[in-house]
Ligand binder design. Structure first.
Ligand code: ADP
Ligand code: MG
Length: 241
């Protein structure tokens, strides 16, 4: 027990340091981005492409930092009674724009009625966006992404299914490891963050995948595990490292 406590304390110290470093890096980056934007506006047309790349890469670095920060911090997650369907409807325009750009489509199969749950709206949006984007990134043109909700007596299930490449068995077990990615421009922080969000809601996440056919991520939110008020989400994924 003593050894385990030491390990946890070290992890949380490293987590705190990482959190404050990333926090400090964000400010100068925001300033850099502002000036690059200004320089871009004042530059001739043949240089616009270079500035575009600089800004895209800054944005990418920023999203790595943001994901890492959400993961490394022990954050207090405020929850309120809300409907998963309202949240899904809110992010649909974003998802549709993404899908349209890729020539893909989205199918919604929402349950007729689902109970309200104690959720953190911002984290729910982050969760669904992450799962949906992974699904789209795994599919070619004409791929179909399916969002489905089902109400069971004890829980609500959300399934995100893609008709993409699928995941080979040896990679399945590494999906939730921080920094595990098979993409040249991936961060490998999306799924660890999803796991942390789901666990912070007392829920469960599972994956079902068949190579060449597609992948389904299933998330369960239990009605009787609806925490009242705030709970602390620990950096679930970080403990794997
Ligand atoms: P990233 O998307 O930045 O690579 P994630 O943590 O979101 O990081 O995902 C980790 C890895 O899991 C991906 O690189 C990919 O190999 C695999 N993966 C996740 N979702 C899917 C999916 N729907 N279909 C196929 N592979 C997936
Ligand atoms: Mg991802």
């Amino acid at each position: 027990l003593r050894a385990e406590l030491g390990r946890m304390e070290r992890l949380s110290l490293v987590g705190q340091m990482a959190a404050s470093i990333t926090h400090e890096i964000r400010n100068p980056m925001a300033v850099i981005r502002g000036f690059v934007q200004l320089m871009k506006e004042r530059s001739p047309g043949d240089q616009q492409g270079y500035y575009r790349i600089v800004m895209d890469e800054l944005d990418r670095a920023n999203s790595i930092i943001n994901d890492f920060l959400s993961l490394a911090q022990n954050r207090i997650v405020e929850k309120e009674k809300c409907s998963l369907h309202v949240i899904i409807n809110d992010i649909m325009p974003l998802l549709m724009a993404d899908a349209n750009m890729r020539g893909q489509s989205i199918e919604l199969h929402l349950a007729d009625r689902i109970p309200t749950l104690m959720l953190n709206e911002k984290e729910m949006k982050q969760l669904i966006l992450n799962l949906a984007r992974n699904g789209m990134e795994a599919m070619d043109q004409h791929g179909v992404l399916r969002l489905e909700t089902t109400a069971y007596p004890d829980y609500v299930e959300l399934c995100v299914t893609d008709s993409g490449s699928g995941i080979p068995p040896e990679k399945l077990e590494r999906l939730f490891e921080p920094f595990f990615t098979t993409k040249t421009r991936g961060t490998g922080l999306g799924l660890p963050l999803c796991l942390s969000i789901v666990e912070g809601h007392g829920g469960e996440i599972a994956v079902d995948s068949k190579e060449g056919t597609g992948t389904t991520f299933k998330v369960k939110f239990y009605r009787n595990r609806n925490y009242i008020g705030a709970t602390t989400a620990t950096a679930a994924g970080m403990h794997l490292a």
